[in-house]
Design a protein around this ligand. Sequence first.
Ligand code: ARG
Length: 574
Amino acid sequence: MLHRFADPIRTLLAAKSGLSVSEIRLEKPRDESLGDLAFPCFVLAKAKKAAPPAVAAELATALSDELARQGVEATVTATGPYLNFRIERKALAREVFAAVGAAGSRYGGSDEGAGKTIVIDFSSPNIAKPMHVGHIRSTIIGAALQRLHQALGYRTVGINHIGDWGAQFGGLVVAIRRWKDEVQLEQDPVRGLLELYQRSKQAVETDEAFRAEAIAAYQELESGKEGEVRRLWRWVTEISLRGFDATYRRLGIHHDLVRGESFYEPFLEPTIERVTQSGVTEVSQGALVVMLGEVDKGLKETPCLLRQTNGTTLYATRDLAGMFHRWGEFQFERCLYVVGAEQKLHFRQLKAVLKRMQLEWEPRVEHVDFGLLLGPGRVKLASRKGEVLVLDELIDEVVEEALRVIEAKNPDLPNKQQVAEAVGIGAIVFNDLKRERIRDVIFDKNDILSFEGDTGPYLQYTHARLGAIERKVAERGEGGGAPDWTVLEHSGPILMRLARFPDAVRSAAAHCEPSELSTFLIALARDVSAWLTDNRVLGEAPSTTAARLALVRNARVVLGNGMELLGLAHPSEM
Ligand code: ARG
């Protein structure tokens, strides 16, 4: 929407400078009090063999009258080597409010991704193990990336690449045979399975007979035979998936496809065949490998293993099969793997295999990595009993605490439990998205629930506050008059921020960095809160109330849209 002002400015600049319009990029001024759009004169000065400030000053003079003559609603000043353009507040307000008003809940989005597909592999927990804190980040970041791309018009395909295959299932099947009556599989299937899984892992290490039985069971599973082993494997998978689904429902998360590693079983042999056909495989100590040093020097010592000496395939083989399959099905613009940084080597190897095969779509495969989720003092997060922390328990804990906070602040709130759920989950989600994803996240219940810090609840609170003002104005029947936009003369920075929201969305998606949007929203909430202390909406002249109300309403819409994209609910009261 800023192009309404930027385009004529660029045309004029081109005419006066001799540059072509496409060479003229208007930036965000470093200091917003200087202006709204800036043009750095360095390149031009170099071409003219003059000092940048002199060039800027000369252009400012030449442009000043021209802007007015052409009816461009902006003024220009030279500050050092920069030309700064300031858009007239009245015109800016008119354009911003019209754009937000017209698009409503879709403001911030576009259709630039139309016809393109983004595949997002996210969450991807492992069967028989509860979703742990390591999967939280993938779930939250992945879902945000999916919504961001959706808003930009892309077709998105969210895939849950469940860990449901591998030798560990041989051990698990044997553990079920031996010990299923010793654990509470009916009452607490998730914990019951975890216990069996942990016992099986230990038994495989220490008990020769157990190990032999486990290997035989896995071989039977891999053979595809429809027998007891496959039945048990399927049963375990179903129990786990049901547990994951409950958590996803709570978080409002949906995958378009649940395709575990086992889904790619029929494609493993064709995959190995294809890689071999391309001539990049070697046999090393009985195993089938792809050497990677020639495309990635750092991987000289770490070839990609496709088939082990004993004939079984690996996690990497299944991921490679998945990549081929996804490319075949979707011809994706990007295929994002939202997986922790500890799997960096794995994805680097897979990309190197694609490179060695000279597949032109290799750059479209991206490992969207992220740091750890740690407790205060950077310790590993554990449950209250000191066991593996289950995501559901973590959510419960934060929601309970949110309820306590709400009880203290607003005891008369009608639907406290529901609001506590929204606030608790909002706190967890925002905490996960508020810094660059590669940085570790510290999880401190009290910090993330603070209504004043850079938190989800702070955004929710600000959003609710704006909604409350709107309701009050309506209740009192104020703000009916024609808005007097001159009262927004000093509200330029907020208007500019609202205008730039679509850029923040686009950039966050392009960089797979939801934190760009979180930072944007926190800044907007801070601006608006400060603005509210100086700008009373209620009890003013109707034309003043009307203008300020418009700002409140539009800021609330933008804040709400941004929160939706990140995955934060916005209760109307809290
Ligand atoms: N299940 C794996 C784990 O928990 C994550 C899978 C990520 N996705 C993938 N395509 N490899 O570590």
